[in-house]
Design a protein around this ligand. Structure first.
Ligand SMILES: [Cu+2]
Length: 496
């Protein structure tokens, strides 16, 4: 692990993409006789591509893929050890096409890591790409040296053993690349996976498990005619694709029995927010957010999910007739491809339900210590030297520590967003609570532990971070990836 090597510039990326897609496309040309696919000017949108090949790309035609569980290389009484290669790979996303990706173990989404509170996880990551990479465990209580700080990277050919103590309560975490300056591209091209941390308390609640517990990674993409991902940089807006992928599939379907399902959503998009809504207008019961279970379940009919946030719901299909089809929509989508996320197809079966819907208190959320400082962070766009984003008039400087809170203390942080973009502000290595929003009351489902808050255009939002459990250097940044890369991020050092 070494200090960060200067990131490749945009030209390198486009050349790399051209070479990758070009060389891979040779095979595709033979299969599909689309000889224009190597030429940049023949790029079409995926929507257009689907209209050309309506049958294979029709929505709800493929089953929702479930990313494979990562299998430990070894397990002891206290620790599970995993080995992962960060490498190039191929994914079949559009039926019949191969999409070149970067992937953990070469797959997209990356394999899911299952962990348990009280057992340690070691992930031995090996960088088999030809540029610097690293791995951040998003939402994890992780010692600073293992956090995947943007300047701590793994050089090509090298490896790093990430140690995750798993001392926090059950939560839906995720892992992704965080090498500074290129996360917009590396996540877009596939370097993201889910990390499900369970515990005893959660088990006691009798929530759906196994095949009735469905983790779903959402991300919007666009495609070139040869099936490769298309990426167009937009530092102000952030990337917007015309197609939503759920676990790497276009508008998939999930056959569900007449039972209760736990459905967990991660927004792993570059910059798109989703407004989740069932097509039949029924309510969804939210049981968890970024930092794990809420104190009590919250019923809601729509739910905004900003980049990097997680929300977990219980969906009850017991009263539906077999043959019922319920579309999960993105109510804020601007086109057919960005409106329908997936569909639940109710089939026979179910039998006796083993899961329970919690009605009372699921968890007691600890009280924070009284805040001992207040800080205001203005979120703004600077255009003096190209388009750059700022926090409190500062762009990221790896050699400057911007704030030094005391271990165990808490503060009030006010995010002030006069810009016309959503800024999903994320704090590494610790959690916070949302105290106040100028746009309205704090939604009951946002009153649990959080690690990311979508600060809306024109909004001032106050959060209360708790600087625990570790000392050391972390970052906080905007999780609209183009914003974070350019350079909406600051250093934070927790001191004793
Ligand atoms: Cu931002």
């Amino acid at each position: 692990m070494n200090r960060f090597k200067a990131p490749a510039d945009a030209a390198d990326w486009s050349r790399r993409d051209f070479m990758r897609n070009g060389s891979y496309s040779l095979a595709l040309v033979c299969t599909f006789a689309s000889t224009n696919s190597l030429k940049g000017d023949s790029i079409t949108t995926s929507a257009a591509r689907r209209s050309q090949a309506a049958k294979p790309f029709a929505p709800f035609a493929v089953d929702l893929p479930i990313p494979p569980a990562l299998v430990p290389t070894s397990s002891t009484k206290t620790t599970d050890t995993f080995d992962v290669d960060i490498q190039e790979g191929m994914a079949e996303i559009l039926p019949g096409f191969q999409t070149p990706i970067y992937g953990y173990q070469g797959v997209y989404p990356g394999p899911t890591i299952y962990a348990r509170k009280g057992r340690k996880t070691i992930v031995r990551q090996k960088n088999r790409l030809d540029f610097d990479s690293n791995v951040h465990l998003h939402g994890g209580y992780v010692p600073a040296a293992h956090d995947g700080h943007p300047m701590d990277v793994i050089q090509p050919g090298k490896g790093f053993d990430y140690n995750y103590p798993n001392k926090q309560d059950a939560a839906f975490l995720w892992y992704h690349d965080h090498a500074h300056g290129r996360t917009a591209k590396t996540l877009y091209y596939g370097l993201a996976g889910m990390y499900l941390l369970g515990d005893e308390r959660e088990e006691e609640l009798g929530l759906p498990t196994g095949e009735y517990d469905i983790p779903i990674l959402l991300a919007d993409h666009a495609f070139n005619k040869d099936g490769s991902f298309r990426y167009v940089e937009n530092v102000d807006l952030g990337f917007r694709g015309d197609t939503i992928l759920a676990n790497g599939a276009v508008s998939p379907r999930l056959s569900v029995e007449r039972r209760i399902y736990r459905v967990r959503f991660l927004n792993a998009s570059n910059a798109r927010s989703y407004n989740l809504k069932l097509g039949n207008g029924r309510s969804m019961l939210q049981i968890a957010s970024d930092g794990g279970l809420l104190e009590r379940p919250v019923s809601r009919t729509t739910s905004l999910l900003h980049p990097a946030e997680r929300q977990e719901f219980l969906l009850d299909f017991r009263s539906f007739k077999p043959g019922s089809e319920i579309v999960l929509q993105n109510a804020d989508g601007e086109s057919a491809g960005t409106k329908s996320i997936m569909r639940f197809d109710v089939v026979n079966g179910g039998g006796s339900e083993e899961a329970r819907i919690p009605t009372g208190r699921m968890r007691t959320i600890a009280k924070l210590p009284a805040p001992n400082a207040s800080r205001r962070w203005d979120l703004s766009l600077a255009t003096s030297s190209g388009v750059q984003w700022r926090i409190a008039d500062r762009g990221y400087d790896p050699d400057r520590i911007d704030v030094r809170p005391r271990l165990g203390s808490s503060e009030l942080w006010q995010w002030h967003n006069p810009s016309n973009r959503v800024h999903p502000m994320h704090l590494h290595g610790m959690l916070f609570r949302i105290v106040e929003r100028s746009t309205g009351v704090v939604h009951p489902a946002d009153r649990g532990w959080k690690d990311t808050i979508g600060v809306l255009p024109g909004e001032t939002a106050t959060v209360q971070p708790w600087f625990t459990p570790y000392t050391g250097r972390y970052v906080f940044h905007c999780h609209a990836l183009e914003h974070g890369d350019k350079a909406m991020m600051l250093n934070l050092e927790v001191e004793r």
